[in-house]
Design a protein around this ligand. Structure first.
Ligand SMILES: Cc1cc2nc3c(=O)[nH]c(=O)nc-3n(C[C@H](O)[C@H](O)[C@H](O)COP(=O)(O)O)c2cc1C
Length: 200
């Protein structure tokens, strides 16, 4: 197994992770992907179900075709959910040259067996493990939730060999960052209560 470099502590890696949307053309090799999946499956999992399964796509033409099909569906979804009223603009999704996967060469789909009661939580925890491991290995990642409406259509699942009993939970692009990754500020943790044992 290829181990992530040990120069960063886990906390430094957590602070360093950012969503990456510009990638170098170099493809991530299979041994690195195998390490990422090893990290993913170490995530906590409710009642030991380990309901995850993975699809790895490194076919540029297929990625382009999935992007083309996913965009109009996502635009329709934003209207249904009234997301167009948020501050976020989704205009880019109507541009023909916009690739929903930011031209990344690798897309990993984390799929969950829907019979498991906490499959979505399990898959999201696996996703964060994968993204942190990637960051520790010098790779960039980004969740592409906008591809989900299309990826969960029966025709897309059939094309990607995803059995009916699975749902795609987290599409994650992976690649070598071609960006200066700048620190993003986060809101301070909101503490609703600070409850300690009273000593009399
Ligand atoms: C459930 C989920 C769906 C997301 N979908 C998209 C997406 O479709 N496209 C995209 O560019 N980023 C997507 N993101 C990434 C977020 O935009 C990003 O995490 C957020 O802006 C915070 O930035 P950071 O990850 O760099 O800290 C998604 C993130 C999550 C958690």
């Amino acid at each position: 197994m290829l181990l992530p470099n040990d120069e960063m502590t886990i906390f430094e890696t957590i602070l360093a992770r950012r969503s990456v949307r510009r990638y170098k053309s170099r493809k991530v090799d299979r041994s690195m992907i195998s390490t990422l999946l090893d990290a993913a499956v170490r995530a906590p999992t409710a009642i030991h179900q380990e309901p995850w399964a993975f699809v790895i796509i490194q076919d540029t033409q297929l990625l382009q075709s999935l992007s083309n099909q996913a965009k109009p569906l996502f635009v329709a979804e934003t209207q249904k959910l009234a997301l167009e009223h948020t501050n976020h603009s989704f205009d880019i999704f109507t541009q023909s040259d916009f690739n929903i996967f930011y031209n990344a060469k690798t897309l990993i789909l984390i799929c969950g067996e829907t019979a498991a009661p906490f499959y979505a939580a399990d898959c999201w925890l696996a996703s964060e493990n994968l993204m942190l491991a990637a960051c520790g290995m010098g790779l960039g990642t980004c969740v592409i939730g906008s591809a989900l409406p299309f990826l969960n259509m029966p025709e897309a699942k059939a094309r990607l060999n995803i059995p009916e009993k699975f749902s795609v939970v987290a599409p994650i692009i992976v690649g070598y960052p071609d960006d200066e990754i700048t620190a993003k500020l986060r809101k301070k943790p909101v503490i609703l209560a600070n409850i300690e044992t009273h000593r009399s």
